[in-house]
Design a protein around this ligand. Structure first.
Ligand SMILES: *[C@@H]1O[C@H](CO)[C@@H](O)[C@H](O)[C@H]1NC(C)=O
Ligand SMILES: *[C@@H]1O[C@H](CO)[C@@H](O)[C@H](O)[C@H]1NC(C)=O
Ligand SMILES: *[C@@H]1O[C@H](CO)[C@@H](O)[C@H](O)[C@H]1NC(C)=O
Ligand SMILES: *[C@@H]1O[C@H](CO)[C@@H](O)[C@H](O)[C@H]1NC(C)=O
Length: 397
């Protein structure tokens, strides 16, 4: 357990059209933004079912974009959170759309003696097969009196009818009292043989889940550990120490049904890789002989700690957020991972402070031959309110 400061925030979702690998900071547009989140209450009676609701406790973190909806997670930082997973429709023309709890209001409601279907999720992922993978930490009241209300679990929904297809509780021997499952990557080349990679920043460790066998296994490696020399973060003048392990993950197809996973701990400036051919083999992945199957690629340099990353399957470009530099950067895996080969796409010390989630989507408006050079991407980021010191919380993990 360690004390953590957590960044206070506003929330912005940006949409961008940019020329690949060219700095295009003037081409990013903000499409949605919120000063405070509002929910789409169906009636005043519904509000009575959430007596603890406090608007200011509802702070967004993760996002996912499907063809019709944008999903937003609201981890249970404090008691006043209504629903930890929500959405709004992409055709909503408001700049700050109200959130609708997913899959229903009931799925987030506390009733005497029971916890809701979804407790507290940080990040989620929609796959090619119309499924939404929700990584539920089971961890609540994070800023005040943290409580592990239920073991961390993976919930998988059918996006066509919002039905819960499956719930998988992460087995006890694959987690520790310090575990926090904050990031997920999904390898969905086959809808029947899909794999989910669940990053535990506290373990630290990587839990690999097989949809087909309905089993998971824990992979451990030194490269998942935080680097003691990269535990100091300086975010826009606020300095704090975090010791977080495995965090950002991106999957690059190797065209043989497997991928290279690019990954990094949060408290680190290094990028690493490993083949999912190893990770998907429960015996080899958990064997102590796996050391040399993991590769150190290179460094992002001073203050180069990265939170989330995302590999755009259409261009093969790895995008990642630079937590201490208020930036989104990218790198093409065919290049060496050197600082000179990494481009900043967007840097802004006001509107991109501590970016927290990132997804890249090809715009359907572009013709096929333009897809490799144009992207339509949407970011979420968290803004720091520097002038308000009360907003610097202590987070116990
Ligand atoms: C809900 O409550 C608000 C304020 O308490 C009131 O103005 C409004 O008429 C109520 N709506 C319904 C449908 O009862
Ligand atoms: C927005 O999209 C949703 C889902 O595709 C649809 O049900 C709804 O009717 C649309 N609303 C408008 C105003 O077009
Ligand atoms: C972070 O800032 C503090 C003071 O604000 C400074 O002493 C320290 O060297 C900085 N660390 C890094 C890694 O830049
Ligand atoms: C933005 O912040 C970074 C890191 O704190 C700093 O290096 C850079 O000079 C700042 N840029 C501007 C334009 O203020």
């Amino acid at each position: 357990m360690q004390a953590k400061s957590i960044i206070p925030f506003f929330y912005v979702l940006l949409q961008c059209h940019f020329w690949m690998m060219v700095i295009a900071s003037d081409k990013l547009d903000v499409v949605y933004h919120w000063k405070q989140l509002e929910y789409e209450w169906p009636s005043n009676d519904t509000e009575l079912l959430f007596p603890g609701y406090k608007q200011e406790d509802n702070l967004p973190l993760g996002l996912e974009i499907t063809s019709t909806r944008i999903f937003v997670t609201v981890p249970r930082w404090r008691r006043g959170v209504v629903a930890s997973l929500n959405y709004f429709y992409r055709n909503d023309t408001r700049r700050s759309p109200n959130l609708i709890p997913y899959p229903s209001w009931e799925a987030h409601q506390y009733e005497a003696g029971s916890v809701p279907e979804i407790i507290s999720t940080f990040r989620i992922r929609a796959d090619r097969c119309e499924r939404l993978w929700v990584l539920d930490t089971g961890f609540t009241d994070i800023l005040d009196s943290p409580e592990q209300q239920a073991p961390p679990a993976l919930l998988i929904y059918d996006l066509r009818d919002d039905r819960l297809l499956r719930k998988f509780v992460i087995p006890e021997d694959q987690r520790t009292p310090d575990s926090l499952f904050a990031n997920i990557a999904v390898e969905d080349y086959s809808c029947e043989d899909t794999f989910a990679y669940l990053a535990d920043l506290g373990g630290p460790g990587l839990v690999v889940y097989s949809w087909k066998s309905e089993k998971s296994w824990l992979v451990k490696h030194h490269f998942f550990q935080p680097d003691p020399q990269a535990e100091e973060f300086n975010v826009s003048g606020i300095s704090f120490q975090w010791t977080d392990g495995l965090f950002g993950m991106g999957l690059a197809s190797t065209n043989d049904g497997y991928s290279i996973m690019y990954f990094h701990p949060l408290s680190s400036t290094m990028e690493y890789s490993v083949s999912t051919k190893l990770l998907r083999d429960p015996e080899r992945a958990t064997s102590l002989d796996n050391f040399h199957e993991f590769h150190a690629l290179g460094s992002r340099g001073r203050n180069g700690q990265s939170s989330v990353s995302f590999l755009d399957p259409n261009t093969g470009v790895l995008f990642y957020a630079l937590a201490s530099l208020n930036a989104i950067a990218c790198w093409k895996p065919r290049n060496m991972f050197k600082i000179e080969q990494q481009d900043f796409i967007y840097v802004d010390n006001v509107t991109m402070v501590f970016p927290n989630d990132l997804k890249v989507k090809i715009s359907l408006d572009f013709k096929i031959n333009e897809i490799s050079s144009f992207l339509d991407c949407e970011f979420s980021c968290i803004h720091e309110k520097l002038e308000n010191a009360r907003n610097v919380y202590n987070m116990q993990i």
